[in-house]
Design a protein around this ligand. Structure first.
Ligand code: ADQ
Length: 465
């Protein structure tokens, strides 16, 4: 079995396989793959240094070898807070209005990708498979090849790929994609993002997409591109939901709701998650359905993220105002319509909260996949499941057509979906849940990882296996 070299912006090895920990499924799945493949996980330590030395901090953590580097504050500003989170993230989530272009961001991005390449290249041995993750590191494959690396290198993009007409607003867009066309495999979350990428390559770079719909021919190179929809660590999540911690969280939420139906939202505090629009929709529901309103409470859990970027400070302020306004307009002495919580919870607590909620409200304006939707489905009681309301603009919508699919920009539509979900008879809730659980269980993070690693191993390796 080939060794696996995983490269991502940050390294996050799960402490144990303990289901009640706070780790996400991605870290657990990659951690397990790295243990099986005897691999290395390389990335930024999250630490700042006065002057970049390239010093590699090698550690053996819970059966996985990690290698991290520290970055200078200018690197962090330009590469991470700048190009990754102020240029690519908003643009790839269709927020051209929030997209900031500064030449120094692009330069910092390439400089740090070069530093990543310099630091990780000496760790790569012939025969290793190199798996790069996400929008922080789009040019890394090319930069590794420039340093003599001849291994197979794949990229998985966790976020959407924008339509061509948006993407061309990025200065030097050709250069970014030409760098990407040095990977052997490029994976996307959904067919929609994959098609947008192929469209761009054909239209703007004159590449050719083969009849199989995925193999790109460009300047004598052949790149396999495909959708590899990511899933949750289903077994881990179900185990987390069976713990004492989960039961206590479930009972605590139910008791505090005092017989009212709970609607739950769980998101990083990010404008792409549609939280402001969600609060507006809930407001609309409360106004249009006063008879149902007093029997409902919305629990929105949203831990802050990327607080060094000003748009994230803005969204936090806007949401606080909105929650205050809605509560001010509708609350009574014994009822507050929105509980807005800014903290993180363990996997087990989240599983308990999801199970206690009659409605899962997942309404991103644009989302590569969205794992919360799948976690909500996985956590339900099969005999009395809740209803998932899901944005049609999340990658997950393609796999979960039995959710109530909504346009998150329409407060009227989402408000009506809330009313429909709350009134839905048990038979229909069970039927819809049964239509979703198979995909959530079988198309899990382990299947995703194995599928990508098989594609990266290449046809020759697969035939010999
Ligand atoms: P994210 O944008 O971070 O991921 P998402 O897929 O929803 O979005 O995953 C968030 C994860 O964080 C979930 O596992 C969730 O349970 C957890 N989480 C959120 N709030 C939490 C809280 N308060 N406490 C504890 N855990 C919390 C990016 C892309 C997505 C894509 C993933 C994986 O933006 O589209 O699905 O990567 O590829």
């Amino acid at each position: 079995m080939s060794r696996l070299i995983v490269i991502s912006n940050r390294v996050s090895v799960p402490k144990t396989e303990n289901a009640s920990g706070a780790q996400g499924g991605l870290a657990v799945a990659l951690g397990a793959a790295l243990r099986e493949h005897r691999g290395i996980w390389f990335g930024w330590s999250g630490q700042e240094t006065d002057s970049f030395t390239g010093h590699l901090d090698l550690q053996r953590q819970h059966g996985v070898t990690t290698a991290t580097i520290d970055l200078e504050s200018q690197d962090i500003d330009e590469y991470y807070n700048g190009y990754a989170n102020r240029t690519l993230w908003p643009l790839f989530h269709h927020r051209v209005d929030l997209t900031e272009y500064e030449r120094s961001f692009g330069e910092g991005y390439e400089r740090v990708n070069g530093r990543f390449a310099d630091s990780v290249a000496p760790l790569i041995e012939p025969g290793d498979l190199v798996w790069v993750h996400d929008y922080h590191l789009l040019p890394l494959g090319k930069f590794l090849q420039d340093r003599g690396i001849r291994n197979r290198i794949g990229l998985f993009l966790h976020i959407p790929w924008p339509p061509t007409r948006l993407f061309v607003s990025l200065p030097f867009h050709e250069r970014l994609v030409e760098h990407m066309l040095h990977y052997d495999v490029i994976g996307f979350q959904s067919e929609e993002w994959h098609e947008s990428f192929c469209h761009y390559v054909e239209k703007e770079l004159g590449g050719r997409v083969a009849a199989d719909g995925g193999t790109i021919e460009w300047q004598g190179r052949s790149i396999v591109t495909r959708a590899f929809p990511i899933g949750i660590d289903y077994a881990e999540f179900v185990e987390a939901g069976a713990t004492e911690v989960a039961h206590r969280a479930h009972d605590r939420l139910r008791a505090s709701a005092d017989g009212k139906k709970v609607i739950i939202g769980v998101d990083r505090l990010d404008y792409s998650k549609g939280l402001v629009e969600r609060f507006d929709s809930y407001h609309r529901f409360l106004t249009d359905h006063p008879e149902a309103a007093k029997d409902v409470v919305l629990l929105q859990i949203a831990p802050p993220s990327r607080e060094d970027v000003h748009t994230y400070q803005d969204i936090r302020n806007t949401l606080e105002r909105s929650a205050g306004h809605i509560n001010g307009a509708h609350a009574d002495i014994d009822w507050v319509p929105i509980r807005y919580v800014n903290q993180g919870y363990s996997r087990a607590e989240l599983a308990g909260f999801y199970r206690a909620a009659r409605v899962g409200l997942v309404t991103p304006l644009r989302d590569g996949m969205n794992l919360v939707a799948k976690e909500y489905v996985a956590a339900q009681d099969p005999d009395d499941p809740g209803v998932l309301i899901l944005s049609r603009f999340a990658g997950a919508a393609l796999q979960l057509p039995d959710a109530l699919l909504v346009n998150p920009h329409s407060s009227e539509e989402v408000g009506e979906a809330i009313a429909t979900a709350l009134a839905m008879p048990k038979e229909e809730r069970i039927r819809r849940w049964q239509g979703m659980i198979g995909s959530v269980r079988d198309e899990d993070v382990i299947a995703w990882r194995d599928d990508f690693v098989a594609a990266l191993s290449g046809p020759a390796a697969r035939a010999a296996a």
